[in-house]
Design a protein around this ligand. Structure first.
Ligand SMILES: Cc1cc2nc3c(=O)[nH]c(=O)nc-3n(C[C@H](O)[C@H](O)[C@H](O)COP(=O)(O)OP(=O)(O)OC[C@H]3O[C@@H](n4cnc5c(N)ncnc54)[C@H](O)[C@@H]3O)c2cc1C
Length: 473
């Protein structure tokens, strides 16, 4: 009989990985520590337990990136999507599920599969040598002894236990008539040009109003289990603002070494800088702006920054308990640990974020491991698909900070349109959706629709499916 693939962790990613590998004809042993050992967030011993909200977010496959991911996963015979669809509860345009029914259905399907064995035990170290194919899918709350073993193998710098996330903005929503490109003192770092940052200028009144808004803004509270909240270099900006009105002007908002290209004779009183966040240059993060402000407050307050009035955020800031590895340096494009062939990672521990994204990466890891076991070529999804966009973010899309060499800049992320390659020049936007010429918001929607149509066409081709009539047009 074929050697099994060992999967550690029966959450969203591990359950999907087990299903995909078994459906490909490969035996699987799924190791899940609950109920032998619990986590601070899980409450049941069910597989694929949803630890917080019961939503898989938007189900709109035409104009929403996570909705597109749903659609691609359905095409790829996802167990998580099939059970989610079967246990849907009303939630407008979102796919929300009855969490108990959903988890029970995933558990029953995996328990009934003839090629899957489920072992309820904690795996306390890296997979032993005789597990020649293994997937670690132990999630943001990976048990401590395994986390330590991963840190020993990968280097302690390569494993994070918190994510301190600054908001990320879609480049094409930044007003470059107000902002300008310039690195502080025009410094040219490795791979840089001296114009690597986008700068947003504030005058004194704007700065003081901004600091006051930060201090007054509503914050989210840390849950007790999240441990010590603040650590060196990751102070939330509202905490800095509370320390005195001038603190931010001497920290992340310092104006020194910058000249406003639109107004060179007037020195900005403070400057917010944004740094390129992905290789495509479609996303920029707000440097030093990690925050615990509530999401609605972030949007309201950050849109008062000159140049960001119409900003759309690919993700908002936060500070969470999380466990994730520095995947872009550690993993190859098939999610395999570079130093240890046969060992893959999947789910949130790879640096994706969200139930659906975690399951999607589990789906890919399960397929990759099964193909390898069966001696088949591993085919990665095209970068134009939501699968490929997410995979590329994890295994290669981030860029290293040139001002702070050696500092990790990889941060967990939900799937979003900023991760997709731009449409090919000359791509026809579908005029049937709108009357007349595309403008503003209509154009943005049309571009999203063209991106999702391209993704579904390429995903079907990747899966060896016939194109739909529409996609073939
Ligand atoms: C508190 C919290 C709230 C969240 N809320 C949301 C939300 O509302 N919406 C959203 O989309 N995402 C949310 N997330 C983010 C994330 O999408 C989920 O955590 C998601 O469940 C991650 O999937 P996963 O499969 O990677 O990990 P999990 O679903 O956590 O699965 C990991 C599994 O591994 C097991 N395990 C851990 N260590 C071991 C070990 N050593 N041996 C054996 N088994 C082990 C765990 O028991 C668990 O079953 C939240 C995360 C946290 C921490």
């Amino acid at each position: 009989m074929t050697n099994p693939i060992h999967i550690i962790g029966g959450g969203l990613a591990g359950s999907e990985a087990a299903w995909q590998a078994a459906q490909a004809g490969v035996p699987v042993v799924l190791h899940e520590m609950r109920p032998v050992r619990g986590t601070d967030a899980h409450k049941t011993d069910g597989l694929a337990e949803l630890v917080c909200s019961n939503s898989f977010r938007s189900d709109d496959a035409e104009a929403n990136a996570v909705g597109l991911l749903h659609a691609e996963m359905r095409l790829a015979n996802s167990l998580i999507m099939a059970c989610g669809d079967a246990h849907q509860v009303p939630a407008g345009g979102a796919l929300a599920v009855d969490r108990d029914g959903f988890s029970a259905a995933v558990t029953a399907k995996l328990e009934a599969h003839p090629l899957i064995g489920i072992v309820r035990e904690e795996v306390t170290g890296l997979p032993p040598g005789n597990w020649d194919q293994a997937i670690i899918a132990t999630g943001p709350l990976t048990a401590p002894s395994l986390a330590e073993a991963i840190a020993d193998q990968t280097g302690t710098d390569a494993l994070a236990f918190f994510d301190a996330i600054a908001p990320i903005v879609h480049f094409d929503t930044i007003d470059m008539n107000v902002c300008w490109f310039q690195s502080r003192y025009d410094k040219v770092g490795p791979g840089g040009t001296g114009k690597d940052y986008i700068n947003c200028p504030l005058d004194k009144a704007q700065y003081e109003a901004f600091v006051a808004a930060l201090v007054d803004g509503q914050k989210t509270e840390f849950k007790q289990w999240e441990g010590t909240p603040y650590f060196d270099g990751c102070l939330p900006i509202e905490v800095m603002a509370e320390r005195g009105v001038e603190t931010l002007r001497h920290g992340p908002m310092k104006p020194m070494g910058l000249t406003n290209a639109h107004n060179p004779t007037v020195k900005a009183y403070a400057v917010v800088q944004l740094r390129q966040d992905n290789a495509l240059g479609t996303l920029y993060n707000m440097v030093g702006f990690q925050t615990k402000l509530k999401h609605g407050e972030q949007v309201r307050i950050f849109k008062t920054i000159p140049g960001l009035e119409n900003a759309e955020f690919a993700r908002l800031g936060g500070l969470h308990r999380n466990t994730y590895i520095n995947s872009p340096t550690l993993l190859d494009p098939t999610l395999q640990l570079k130093g240890r062939p046969g060992l893959r990672f999947a789910g949130q521990i790879t640096g994706c974020e969200g139930y659906v994204e975690s399951a999607a990466i589990g789906l890919l890891a399960g397929r990759f491991a099964a193909a390898e076991r069966l001696g088949q070529p591993i085919s990665a999804p095209p970068a134009t698909t939501a699968f490929g966009a997410l995979l590329n973010h994890i295994t290669g899309g981030h860029i290293v900070s040139d001002e702070e060499p050696g500092k990790r800049s990889f941060q967990p992320m939900n799937v979003n349109f900023g991760l997709f390659p731009p449409l090919e020049p000359g791509t026809k936007l579908r005029p049937d959706d709108f009357e007349g010429r595309f403008r503003g918001k209509d154009k943005t929607i049309a571009k999203k629709k063209a991106t999702t149509a391209r993704a579904l066409r390429d995903c079907r081709a990747w899966l060896g499916m016939a194109p739909t009539v529409k996609a073939a047009e």
